[in-house]
Design a protein around this ligand. Sequence first.
Ligand code: SF4
Ligand code: SF4
Length: 56
Amino acid sequence: MIEVNRYKCGYCGTCVAVCKFNAIDLVETWVDIDEQECRDCNTCVKVCPVGALEPA
Ligand code: SF4
Ligand code: SF4
């Protein structure tokens, strides 16, 4: 499972673009991670430019 630090996230959409499992969506004021779809590959964690994603 991945947690989003909403105070760091700048809604750039990079994590959404790299997720191969369509587990992340950018909604109006939130990055939404679908726990059913997420495979914990950590690709999004590695690419987030501000370190807003962390494995939980
Ligand atoms: S890559 Fe990081 S800063 Fe960009 S939308 Fe995703 S969590 Fe937010
Ligand atoms: S850990 Fe992998 S599968 Fe889960 S949301 Fe991030 S990129 Fe997608």
